[in-house]
Design a binder for this molecule. Structure first.
Ligand SMILES: [Zn+2]
Length: 80
């Protein structure tokens, strides 16, 4: 995949969102929901972040899930 360095940076930042996980079965951020999960909705960043910012992060997390595999590979490439 061809692209500029700024795209790589943005994809890397977006992929970091997948590391966030509250352990709920409907966690908005967690990429892999394994093991015992709670119910009741995603609690990620609920008390730490203002609702407006949390909404933006949710949207970014949803958009990140739609990244094609080649975008993920591109982000992991070491630039020459
Ligand atoms: Zn969550």
């Amino acid at each position: 995949m061809k692209g500029e360095e700024w795209i790589r940076d943005l994809v890397k930042i977006a992929l970091e969102l997948e590391q966030i996980d509250c352990g709920d079965s409907s966690c908005v951020f967690a990429a892999r929901k394994t093991g015992m999960r709670t119910n009741g909705g995603c609690r990620c960043l609920k008390d730490e972040v203002k609702p407006e910012l949390r909404r933006i992060l949710h949207r970014l997390a949803f958009a990140t899930r739609k990244l094609p595999p080649e975008a993920r590979l591109f982000a992991e490439e070491v630039p020459k």
